[in-house]
Structures are given as C-alpha cells and as structure tokens.
Design a protein around this ligand. Sequence first.
Ligand code: NDP
Length: 251
Amino acid sequence: MSKKIIFITGVTSGVGRETARRFIKEGWKVIGTGRRQSRLDELAAELGGDFLPLCFDVAKRDVVVEMFANLPEGFKDIDVLLNNAGSSIGQNPAQAGNMDDWDEMIATNINGLLYCTRCVLPGMIERGSGHIVNIGSVAGNRAFKCGNVYGATKAFVNHFSRMLRCDLLGTPVRVTNIKPGHLHTEFLAVRFKGDLKTSEAAYENLDPLTPENIAESVWWSVNLPAHMDVCDMELMPMCQSDGGWSFCHKS
Ligand code: NDP
C-alpha cells in the first residue's frame, strides 16, 4: 500500500516541525513548507526522502497555486492538509496598532489558510478522502488585552472551519480545528519581534503545552475512523485558565 501524505504549512519551527517529525516516524510522507530555506534544508537532512521541503510564503496567492499545481510525482495525492503556518506580530492596543503587522497576520493566518485549502480540496473530493486540519487558537474564542487582530484572525479560522464542514457535507472530507492555549514555540519570539528575553520570560515557572502535544492531537484526529470528525478541539495547559472581567474604576 502506498504511503499516506500530509501537507504541513510552517514546518521550520514549533508545531509544524514536530508534526512533520511525528508523521515521518509513523511512516507517512510529508510535504513541509516555510519561508526559511536553511531551516527546511536542516529538516530535510534529518527526515530523509519521504520529506519534501517547499520554500514559499503562504500569503502569496499565485505562488501557492503554482506550488500545488506542480507537486512532483509521488507527492500529488494529499490525504491531509495541516494549515499550521501562522503568526502573532506585535503587542499593541488596537488604537496604537501597527498596520503592517496587521496586514501580515491577516495575509498569513487567513489568506494563506484559504489559498492552501482551496487548492487541495478538489483533489481530495475526487479521490474520495481527505482531511483539512486547521490550527486555530484559544484567542479565537476569548478576548484579552492586545490580542485584537491576531484573535480576530483565529475567530475567522473558527467560523471558516464550521462553514467548510457545511460545504463539504456529502463528501468524505473531514475538517478539524485545533485550538491551543499557551504553547512553547518561537511564536512569542515573533510577537515580540526577536526580543527573546521577553518571550522566554512568558514561559518561566510554567508548564506550557509543547509542540509534541499538538502533534499528538493532530495524529489522533486524522487516525480516527473515517465516519468520525473531531470538529473542534481546545487544548490548554493545566497552568492556564480564563482571566475574568476587567473594569475601569471611576477616579
Ligand atoms: P512558530 O513561530 O514556532 O512557527 C510558525 C511557523 O509558521 C514557522 O514555521 C513559520 O515559518 C511559519 N510561517 C509564518 N508565516 C508564514 C508565511 N507567511 N508563509 C509560510 N510560513 C509561515 O509558532 P507555532 O508553532 O506556535 O505556531 C503554529 C500555529 O499555532 C500558528 O497558527 C499559531 O497561530 C498557532 N498557535 C500558537 C500558540 C502558541 O502559544 N505558540 C497558541 C495558539 C495557537 P517561516 O518563518 O520559515 O516562514
């Protein structure tokens, strides 16, 4: 039997990289993307011939369309798309937001996810099997200070995932939205624009989720019986909960 294939966006770090490792270990083929060629080269050296690295920006629509149209033999019939590439950039209140940061988050977290999904779906429907797994966030359900545009992009992922299930009803393609909470990757280093002191301090004396934990949840979701779809999964570390209400008292 031929090996199954997962296409993972954003394998140069964090969740994507660990999920790539996990699926290769389980005997799948992995197509992994990212913008940093050197990181892709390192991963390709580690994972071997069942890993196909593709260096591109998921936010560039024409590039995405071309990549999917020209996948090499042996990597065309994608079983699972993991829409993982994403970022949270900047830590300002909306009234002082950096609009370049907003554009980049919207382009990656929303447009990139849409382009990849649109490209992969017709083949999945034609082949009679497929699974779209989106990485959302607890930020898509909850409001917190300075989460503004990032949280809104993940709310988009929530609702698009639900709407997609409606469109795909009657096809064998499943849709899953996995929503992690505090998770130790390079994510906060990106939010704080390379300020590792601040980003690493956010994990101090805590036991956050790990990329391996999320890879496990992806593995579990896609290996359930074909008639079962995990629509929505929220994962938080035990050290995290909701914050409650904030009030501005009269002076
Ligand atoms: P990392 O910053 O460690 O990894 C992000 C990955 O996305 C990198 O491989 C990066 O690759 C890729 N990426 C970002 N922008 C683009 C782009 N425009 N085109 C292609 N690839 C891109 O973060 P995580 O592993 O934590 O993030 C994975 C997902 O998990 C994201 O969707 C994030 O929103 C979500 N998430 C993370 C949480 C956390 O606390 N860590 C919590 C909840 C959700 P490169 O830079 O090489 O392009």
